[in-house]
Design a protein around this ligand. Structure first.
Ligand SMILES: [Ca+2]
Length: 333
């Protein structure tokens, strides 16, 4: 979120009573957890929305950041700026509402974020914040290593997990607006949230899974749907813009009055269509591009393949000589 000014301060509330806000022409969506936490890992399998003028994001956010004054701003972002869906922006935002400190940088997403499902994750610890794409760390900001004090500053408040689809009025940041691209949708297949448990996680890792939501139904004990309006945002954030259907949470950005989703959710299944043995190892053909494959020797713990795998489009070669037996998956269970 580049600018989030909620109409909740006394002064603005009075102003809005004196001159009621005209409803905006568009509806957008914000899905957020009710219970903030301090540190952890936040993982989601998503096909994002894109298009010039659109911002689609997964973020951690301190709920009172917008209040300003002495209230700290705490936020960690994964943002698809719709004019460039072949990359995502990573960012920590600290400071206050009136005086934000930012750290935007950009990372390739292939296939583009609106063309395929990817697994996005944030790791938040006292020592670093990391951004992961399909199981690989693509960016890490480490405390005391040129982080501008942000790793410490962002941890002064617990944060909740949010997904937000909206449109910013700053064309220089997100691209020019043209509502011919509507409707657009952001699909979330599943979310996993872990607590930070240094050295106590699975295989000695630092995170322990607390919960998974597969969106087989809407869990109103866990999630809330945003219902507000903001300066600089072309849409009203509207509960009706979020639908849970066919195993996915669907966030929509639509013209006003066209909220909801009645289409067919995209498939998140990528199938291996053929295998053959070559001198380089196993040659694999897929029915859609993926950015990695996952391997397991026990069907419970899955690890992204890195050095032993090369993928070009829908063809992959896996040097499996180190594995007597194994399972492969495009999307681990
Ligand atoms: Ca699901």
């Amino acid at each position: 979120m580049k600018t989030t000014t909620l109409l909740a301060s006394t002064a603005l509330a009075a102003l809005s009573l004196a001159a009621p806000l005209a409803a905006k022409d568009y509806s957008g969506a914000e899905l957020y957890t009710q219970a903030p936490q301090t540190y952890g890992k936040f993982e989601a399998r998503m096909k994002m929305a894109a298009g010039s003028g659109i911002v689609d994001s997964m973020l951690l956010y301190h709920n009172d950041s917008y209040l300003g004054g002495s209230e700290p701003w705490c936020e960690v972002d994964i943002e698809i700026l719709g004019k460039a869906p072949n990359r995502f922006a990573s960012q920590i935002v600290t400071g206050t509402a009136e005086n934000k400190v930012t750290s935007e940088s950009h990372h390739a997403v292939s296939p583009a974020a609106d063309q395929a499902f990817h697994t996005y994750a944030l790791e938040w610890t006292p020592d670093y914040v990391a951004w992961l794409l399909d199981g690989t760390v693509v960016h890490k900001i480490v405390k005391g290593q040129g982080d501008n004090g942000q790793v410490e500053a962002v941890a002064v408040k617990p944060m909740g997990l949010r997904f937000k689809l909206w449109s910013h009025e700053d064309a220089g940041w997100v691209g020019a607006w043209n509502d011919n691209i509507l409707p657009v949708y952001h699909f979330v297949n599943w979310v996993k949230v872990y607590s930070y448990t240094p050295g106590q996680g699975e295989n000695g890792g630092d995170f322990t899974l607390d919960w998974t939501d597969n969106f087989d139904s809407f869990d109103s004990g866990r999630w809330d749907k945003g219902d507000w309006t903001e300066d600089g945002n072309r849409v009203d954030i509207t509960p009706a813009a979020i639908v849970v259907t066919n195993g996915m949470a669907v966030l929509g950005l639509t013209k006003k009055g066209q909220e909801g989703f009645s289409g067919t959710v995209p498939s998140d299944d990528v199938f291996i269509t053929s295998l053959s043995r070559t001198s380089d190892g196993l040659s694999i053909t897929l029915d859609a591009p993926v950015s990695t494959l996952y391997i397991s020797t026990n069907y419970r713990t899955w690890t992204p393949l890195a050095d032993s795998l090369s993928i070009t489009g829908t063809t992959a070669t896996f040097d499996d000589s180190a594995y007597p037996h194994y399972y492969l998956s495009t999307t681990p269970p």
